[in-house]
Design a protein. Structure first.
Length: 192
DNA sequence: TTCGAGATCGGA
DNA sequence: CCGATCTCGAAT
């Protein structure tokens, strides 16, 4: 079951500093239709640092990043995987949170079918895996999370600060010193 | 980033 | 021996 509509995050949530949003998204839920789970790993990207696609300005590829907060940014990586991000900060500023892993909650059979594997920890434990499990693709680029087919839903209770760990981002070659990756501590569904 | 193939490791 | 773990290349 998809969470209640009034729990859906809108532009207000995303119109804040991207690092703050990345931390606060841990514990929220990402759904596409009846399929989704709890966000357990995120990374922040900002136009001011060279690991961000927006670093070189609004090029054709990065154009979406400069749109209004709460818009989906989906791009194709390694010619194989779609990676799902949420645009943050005011329109005109290039910033986004990459969703890197989910703990599967709903539609697990569907996820297993789409992924072609059984183990729960293999379904959404990486940015390319979760888009496959949730059937998120390039067609969802620029969709509006507040009302489009893909939605993010508010976390239930407050998470203790210490339950969220920050560390350097993975899979990048520049600005590797920034601790802009956020994980739910001790959760077994984060990427490797 | 992800996957599978092939190599290697290590317990029994 | 068998599974678990690693390393490497390929997919655009």
């Amino acid at each position: 079951m998809t969470p209640a509509p009034d729990e859906r995050l809108d532009a207000t949530f995303f119109d804040r500093p991207v690092v703050e949003v990345a931390r606060d998204l841990v514990g929220c839920s990402l759904y596409h239709g009846g399929v989704g789970g709890i966000v357990v790993e995120t990374e922040a990207y900002h136009e001011s640092e060279p690991a961000c696609h927006a670093y070189s300005g609004p090029t054709p590829r990065a154009r979406t990043l400069f749109r209004e907060p709460g818009v989906a940014y989906v791009y194709f990586s390694y010619g194989v995987h779609s990676l799902f991000n949420v645009v943050c900060e005011p329109a005109g500023t290039g910033a986004a949170v990459l969703i890197r892993a989910l703990e599967p909650v709903a539609g697990v059979r569907t996820m297993r079918r789409r992924r072609g594997r059984d183990r729960l920890t293999d379904l959404c434990s990486g940015p390319g895996k979760l888009t496959q499990a949730l059937a998120i693709g390039l067609t969802h680029n620029e969709s509006t999370l507040a009302r489009g087919p893909i939605g993010i839903y508010r976390a239930h209770g407050d998470l203790e600060d210490r339950a969220i760990e920050s560390s350097p981002r993975v899979g990048i070659t520049r600005a590797t010193e920034l601790p802009w990756r956020f994980c739910l501590a001790g959760n077994g569904f984060v990427s490797r």
